[in-house]
Design a protein around this ligand. Structure first.
Ligand code: DAH
Length: 354
């Protein structure tokens, strides 16, 4: 404390300050406040004595009394803040817990919308007897392409703008065959390596493509792959599975249709559309299906016999079907998100809405 106080007030201040420094509770500080600053207190006494002083001393005495008042008040405030900080510290460390103190506010986090939808779909597929598989995001060419019937000279590779991993010593990045997976279909190969038919699995995960980013394209997005292998599986089972899945999601019967689609690892391959589940409630002018009454749900098909064979599964004995749900797209449909960049943007203002 700066000593701008007049010498005769210095003594008062030092006594007050000693009490303030020794105070260990708000109550003790209030007592000092009372003794010095209240009616009948030290400062009031000094002010009351002013008229008895010679006129030339009165002004200085008034200023001095006010300085003492400010100094005592300031010292009380500082000590009060110290005591509060100590109490919070003690409460945090569990010592001397004071239940009357306000708690430290905690901001609750929330689940990312992709996580929410992933978990929901995992629950649905689990209830249908599916296992949930995972695979690495850095994948080898063999699993991402070759073993899915997409050899290096196959035109389908052009549709996957691949991020190749740089490997020291390689002339071209693609030479070492290490890449960021362009789809979750590569985990189909891993599943066939690992599991004995019959089996059914879904594989949610992040995939990567070298896209120019805009409202509907991202370099990083999410898919959920499905693969079922067993004896006697047909397109009928594929359709039945997708209808069961849709019934679970929307809690009502949803019509589906198949259009031909080409993917090297399935034969025949399809694009599966679902009757727009939003039209009934939204009515004409539905934004989701753009008034066509159909929404594209997923590409799918019967596993190509060569793909089974490449993984050592006898295509004479076993057949299978596969589907590739666009998770990011489903999330956008579900929460009416109109720009895919929100999903990976990491903006907490967006994320805290979920
Ligand atoms: N993996 C394909 C892609 O990302 C999508 C796909 C098509 C997955 C057909 C499948 C399928 O399982 O049967 O373009």
């Amino acid at each position: 404390m700066e000593t701008t106080l007049q010498p005769e007030l210095q003594g008062h201040f030092e006594t007050a300050q000693a009490r303030i420094a020794a105070a260990t509770s708000a109550e003790e500080l209030r007592a000092v406040d009372r003794d010095y600053l209240d009616k009948g207190g030290v400062v009031a006494g000094l002010l009351a004595a002013i008229p008895t002083l010679p006129p030339e001393q009165r002004r200085g005495a008034g200023q001095g009394a006010n300085q003492l008042k400010t100094a005592v008040l300031g010292a009380i405030d500082v000590r009060k803040a110290e005591l509060e900080a100590d109490a919070i510290q003690a409460a945090r460390s569990g010592k001397g817990f004071d239940p009357t103190l306000p708690g430290t506010p905690m901001r609750r986090g929330s689940l990312h919308p992709v996580t929410r939808v992933t978990r929901e779909l995992e629950d649905i597929f689990s209830s249908m007897g599916y296992g949930i598989l995972d695979g690495p995001e850095v994948e080898i060419d063999a699993f991402n392409f070759e073993r899915l019937n997409i050899p290096s000279d196959h035109p389908a590779r052009d549709m996957h703008d691949t991020f190749w991993c740089k490997v020291d010593g390689a002339e071209r990045d693609s030479d070492m065959g290490l890449l960021l997976r362009t789809h979750t279909s590569c985990v189909q190969v891993r599943a066939m390596e690992k599991l004995k038919p019959p089996f059914r699995v879904v594989v949610p995960g992040r995939v990567f493509r070298q896209e120019s980013v805009d409202a509907s394209h991202e370099h990083t997005f999410h898919q959920m792959e499905g693969l079922v292998v067993g004896e006697g599986l047909t397109v009928g089972h594929l359709i039945g599975t997708m209808k069961t899945f849709l019934r679970e999601v929307f809690q009502k019967e949803i019509e589906v249709r198949l259009r031909p689609g080409y993917f090297p690892f399935v034969e025949p391959g399809f694009e599966l559309d679902a009757r727009c589940p939003f039209c009934e409630t939204v009515g004409a002018g539905c934004k989701v299906c753009k008034q066509t009454s159909w929404v594209e749900l997923c590409p799918c098909g019967m596993v190509h016999p060569s793909v089974l064979k490449l993984s050592g599964i006898d295509p004479e004995k076993y057949t299978g079907f596969a589907f590739g749900l666009g998770l990011s797209r489903l999330v956008m449909l579900r929460y009416e998100i109109d720009d895919i960049r929100h999903l990976m943007g990491g903006d907490t203002r967006f994320l805290s809405q979920f």
